[in-house]
Design a protein around this ligand. Structure first.
Ligand SMILES: C[S@@+](CC[C@H](N)C(=O)[O-])C[C@H]1O[C@@H](n2cnc3c(N)ncnc32)[C@H](O)[C@@H]1O
Length: 240
């Protein structure tokens, strides 16, 4: 049985992210000591953009990965970010306005398991730290496959737990003891930063997630550990 702290009903997850939206970016950069920006740039590099692509960023939150896609060199031509948490999108919209990116990045409300886009309509799909929050992982991967054009590229970032013994122990201590305390203090939300390590611990291993991608039809799948395996970059393509 899923404990209530790990329940992933859309309503609960959206409410949780809405509640921390205004502190989300600050905490992201603080808790990862800024490395999160590098992970996002790495994910965008894996797409080998040429300047012509339409990119869909699922679970876009406050839009950082969408912005990374549009500000890369060369950039995506157009990016649409999709998320079901309205307050996260509001923070994202504000950022787009400040950075004068509203002409080329749109943020829309929607669910990863029912993506508001036509079949085979986008060149690439990205997702950062979203997939472990989605209640039905397989349904989201099937949806991503549906909206990608033939040979379209996928890049997903997700946390993992390092396997090297000493590092694993140190990381679990930081992740389970320190991170939730800082998160609670800054966000004033009691559940969200306890949910973060719990949801990472419960998510599929890299081998299992690769299997999910394969079941959805993806090819050329790879799982690359970043920062000693704290994060994995999953890349894949829709078949031609
Ligand atoms: C940890 S945040 C990641 C945000 C952003 N991608 C980033 O890199 O900072 C996860 C986001 O996924 C969204 N999310 C989770 N499940 C979702 C679903 N089924 N459909 C749409 N958005 C979802 C949440 O609302 C939240 O904004």
């Amino acid at each position: 049985m899923i404990s209530s702290s790990l329940s992933k009903t859309p309503d609960r997850i959206a409410r949780m992210f809405d509640a921390i939206a205004t502190r989300y970016d600050f905490l992201n950069h603080l808790l990862s000591i800024g490395i999160d920006r590098r992970w996002r740039r790495r994910a965008i590099r894996s797409l080998s953009l040429t300047g012509r692509e339409r990119v869909l960023d699922i679970c876009t939150g406050t839009g950082d990965l969408a912005i990374a896609a549009r500000t890369a060199r060369p950039p995506a031509a157009r990016v649409v970010g999709v998320d079901f948490a309205a307050a996260m999108l509001r923070v994202g919209h504000e950022k787009l306005r400040r950075e004068q990116l509203t002409d080329t990045i749109a943020l829309v409300r929607g669910d990863a398991t029912s993506i508001p886009a036509a079949d085979a309509s986008v060149d690439a799909v990205t997702m950062a730290f979203g997939i472990r929050n989605v209640e039905n992982t397989n349904a989201a991967c099937d949806e991503i496959y549906r909206v990608l054009k033939r040979s379209g590229r996928l890049a997903i970032l997700e946390f993992s737990i390092p396997t090297t013994p000493g590092l694993r122990a140190a990381y679990l201590w930081y992740f389970n003891q320190i991170l939730p305390r800082i998160g609670r203090l800054v966000s004033r939300h009691h559940a969200a930063y306890g949910y973060l390590p719990a949801s990472v611990g419960a998510f599929a291993s890299p081998v299992e997630f690769v299997t999910v991608l394969r079941q959805s039809g993806f090819i050329d799948i790879s799982a690359v550990p970043l920062t000693m395996g704290i994060v994995f970059l999953y890349t894949a393509r829709r078949s031609a």
